[in-house]
Design a protein. Structure first.
Ligand SMILES: [Zn+2]
Length: 72
């Protein structure tokens, strides 16, 4: 399986071990981290790691019951 680095555009051959893979891949050309999703040898998505690790805005689920338990 081959992916194209989104940072430098180089084709990276990952071999058959990555035909079903989801996780980080390091480009050996420019050392960029890429979040790769592949299924059955088909590349589903290649996302630059910097974009993946951007802080997402979400509401912190505050549980009042657990807070009470700490106080009592
Ligand atoms: Zn690269």
């Amino acid at each position: 399986m081959k992916i194209n680095c989104t940072s430098c555009g180089h084709s990276i051959d990952l071999g058959i071990n990555y035909d079903d893979y989801q996780g980080p891949i390091k480009c050996w050309v420019c050392s960029a981290m890429l979040e790769v999703k592949a299924e059955s040898g088909q590349v589903k998505s290649v996302i630059p790691w910097s974009r993946v690790s951007e802080p997402k805005q979400y509401e912190e689920p505050l549980s009042p019951s657990s807070t009470k338990r700490l106080i009592q």
